[in-house]
Write a protein that binds this ligand. Structure first.
Ligand code: NAP
Length: 372
């Protein structure tokens, strides 16, 4: 039983790989970019970071790293490698993607859509017994704002907020067509925004909350160091986001993949938090870090101050749209398949502060303050 795993150097991917390789004792070939030595070094370093020390030799022996590229035909593998790999692969986990939320559609399609097509071709070549697990996103629901998104649903009638979610939708559509055409079972996992409260080491993949513009590395970006007083942010008052702890998501995903039905067709599961997180909680985490700063979400910011202009420029357009979603996600498939996994706890202020990268305010910090 050998798994082909794509996306092993990613934030979620590295954690899934760790769980499969170390916790479940599986044999895994991690396909990724770079030179053979650099790829293995990156993967082993990030796994050691997750383990809190060197990996057991047995786990290292079960890990094979293979240079390839999902966006290229036959995964950019030489024919002999492709055949050999297919001959020993009994399962594929496809986690690789370009998650740059606002990158252009065409460049995202190369990785997210063509890449998925190439992985499916590989699984077909590997034979009927090769089981596919495809990592998608809850955001394939696109611009739909209300109601409950069904696990079986895949509907683009509302359009999309970002090119990223459009390409993940297109990839899921390919997966469905492939499963139906070949009478194959595929497990599709749809996580929402993933975070961790434990700060990754610099060598480990960083979580992508920064893409939303609220993390210390983005909104912090030097601007907040200079600001105090009342700052209006162009964000919908009362906005929420579905943010889920990656540690819970990984456990849910592994159990779902192991227990999903083997009958042909796609079996799709939302891996989301049962309760949305108020954006206010994220803003309070920032206020805690910068005492004296008061952030207010407002529909419009007339006559913005210099600081308000600078801060607004760091918030991507799609953040506003995401915060206005009032939809829920069906979790009945997940709850019936993994009743033994407790729901994740609600995110609290200290977790959110750590997740956003705002450590406790150091006592000795001397900051220039600008009152706005
Ligand atoms: N992170 C989230 O909040 C989140 C939420 C919902 C869904 N998801 C989905 O979860 C999956 C994993 O996300 P993640 O957090 O691990 O993302 P990530 O940290 O951005 O990692 C992306 C991974 O894909 C690999 N990759 C990108 N292009 C590739 C290519 N052409 N060939 C081979 N590998 C390539 C990257 O390799 P390099 O290191 O070489 O770039 C990296 O290993 C994705 O499918 C994503 O859509 C993520």
């Amino acid at each position: 039983m050998s798994i082909l795993f794509t996306g092993a150097t990613g934030f979620l991917g590295s954690r899934l790989l760790y769980a499969l390789l170390v916790e479940e004792g599986r044999e895994v070939t991690a396909l990724g970019r770079g030179t053979p030595a650099a790829l293995r070094a990156r993967i082993v370093t990030s796994l050691a970071g997750l383990a809190g020390g060197p990996l057991p030799q047995a786990a290292l022996d079960r890990l094979h790293c293979l240079v390839g590229d999902v966006s290229r035909p036959r995964l950019a593998l030489p024919p002999a490698h492709y055949s050999r790999l297919a001959g020993r692969t009994t399962a594929v986990w496809h986690s690789a993607a370009d998650i740059s939320l606002s990158a252009p559609l065409e460049s995202l399609r190369g990785t997210n859509v063509d890449g998925t097509a190439h992985v499916l071709e590989f699984a077909e070549y590997a034979g009927q017994g090769c089981r596919v697990t495809h990592v998608s996103t809850a955001f394939v629901a696109g611009r739909r704002r209300r109601g409950c998104v069904a696990e079986t649903g895949l509907d683009d009638s509302a359009g999309f907020e970002t090119p990223y979610e459009q390409t993940k939708f297109e990839a899921e559509r390919l997966v469905r067509a492939w499963a139906e055409r070949g009478h194959r079972p595929v497990t599709v996992l749809r996580p929402s925004v993933l975070v961790t409260g434990s700060r990754p080491d610099p060598g480990e993949p960083q979580h992508p909350l920064g893409e939303l513009g609220l993390g210390a590395a983005s909104l912090g970006g030097g601007v907040l160091e200079e600001v105090t007083g009342h700052v209006r942010l162009p964000l919908p008052p009362g906005g929420t986001l579905n943010v889920v702890q990656v540690e819970y998501a990984v456990q849910a995903m592994l159990r779902l993949a192991a227990r999903a039905p083997v009958r042909p067709g796609v079996h799709t599961y939302h891996v989301v938090h049962p309760v949305d997180t108020p954006v206010r909680l994220l803003l309070e985490a920032i206020e805690d870090r910068y005492p004296g700063l008061r952030l207010e979400e407002v529909e419009r910011v007339p006559d913005p101050s210099t600081a308000e202009t600078l801060i607004a420029a760091q918030l991507p357009d799609f953040l506003w749209k995401y915060c206005t979603h009032r939809r829920g996600y069906e979790r009945s498939g997940l709850l019936s398949l993994v009743p033994d996994l407790a729901d994740p706890p609600p995110l609290d202020a200290s977790y959110v502060r750590a997740a956003l990268g705002y450590g406790p305010a150091p006592h000795d910090v001397t900051r220039t303050r600008v009152t706005v």
